[in-house]
Design a protein around this ligand. Structure first.
Ligand code: ADP
Ligand code: MG
Length: 309
């Protein structure tokens, strides 16, 4: 048998918590089922690397620590590590079930890796925090908290910087695990942001976009296929308007033009488009944005938005 191709699948928030849900453990396990069934089947043909978001899970942990004054508050880097552990555990156990249901032989290896991602301490994002995280606060409460805050419709919210990911610290470990055909769950929540100081890493108060971090990893491991899976069929132009049109095979040049025309908002579809463009430009390999239910179809070329030359 020839070497398996490598697929990197970036799972959107919906893989774990769907719109309108509270995010109980039961809900998250239930939601993971259909994605993990697909990944179990895909693992027969491909070496699979899984990355995932962590926004709601970080929000819940922050809310828990805001509501309790008896234990010390943990900085964002540690909250990030906690979510990589909890989500990694939920994915692993759902994946284990799916693999056992598929062929009951338990031979497929998988692992969750705590992952750091290097950012530049001079990234302009640190001067201008833009990413809202955690609970909403009333004005009086917000005034007494030591955070940058933004005013939103639902109250005040903490904002942190969202610097660009530069490199995945554990990329060598990940490459070794790929050679051994592990299913690897890593770079959760975009990774724990760190800056390099001489020979040391230091965590910073920031969050990295998971689509951009996944793209950096996909490039570093030279993935054959990069899949960004979310709760929509793909990227559309004129989103939310009567002339909304789903893009299927889209030329790189056309996609660049649509970016300039402002079809993809910064907080949602924008980073996915940027992620697939960067990957495609730097590797020439396949990159597709699709619905979580369509991962296998998209890999077969029958669903999603795929960039072509
Ligand atoms: P994820 O958790 O998967 O990263 P996001 O909410 O960040 O999900 O991004 C997916 C969302 O992007 C969709 O649910 C959709 O509402 C929104 N969206 C914004 N613009 C577009 C567009 N042009 N095409 C498709 N979806 C879009
Ligand atoms: Mg997103």
């Amino acid at each position: 048998m020839g070497k398996k191709q490598v697929v990197l699948i970036a799972l959107g928030g919906n893989a774990l918590i769907q719109k309108g849900q509270k995010g109980t453990a039961e809900e998250q396990f239930e939601n993971l089922k259909s994605t993990m069934k697909q990944i179990a089947r895909l693992s027969k043909k491909y070496t699979v690397v899984i990355t995932h978001g962590n926004g709601p899970q970080v929000g819940n942990l922050l809310l828990q620590q805001e509501s309790c004054h008896e234990v010390p508050k943990m900085p964002l880097e540690i909250i990030g590590a906690m979510t990589q552990g909890q989500i990694g555990y939920m994915i692993e156990s759902s994946l284990d079930t799916a693999l056992m249901e598929l062929d009951n032989n338990g031979s497929q290896l998988f692992v969750t890796l705590i992952t750091y991602v290097v950012v530049d301490e001079n990234d302009p994002a640190f001067q201008q925090p833009t990413k809202p995280i955690g609970p909403f606060y009333a004005e009086e409460r917000a005034a007494n908290l030591p955070y940058h805050m933004v005013k939103t419709d639902k109250g005040y919210r903490r904002v942190v910087a969202s610097p660009k990911p530069i490199a995945i610290v554990e990329h060598r470990e990940i490459k070794k695990l790929i050679e051994m055909d592990f299913i690897i769950i890593c770079t959760g929540g975009g990774g724990i942001p760190v800056i390099r100081k001489e020979r040391k890493f230091r965590g910073v108060e920031a969050v990295i976009d998971k689509d951009l971090a996944s793209s950096v990893l996909a490039q570093e491991i030279n993935a054959d296929i990069f899949v960004v899976a979310s709760d929509v069929e793909g990227a559309a132009i004129h989103w939310g308007k009567p002339d909304q049109t789903l893009l299927r095979k889209v030329k790189l040049g056309d996609l660049g033009r649509y970016v300039h025309e402002g079809h993809f908002p910064a907080g949602s579809m924008g980073p996915k488009i940027e992620a697939v463009i960067q990957f495609f430009q730097n590797t020439g390999n396949r990159a597709v944005i699709c619905h979580l239910e369509d991962i296998e179809k998209a890999i077969d070329g029958n669903a999603g938005t795929e960039i072509v030359q």
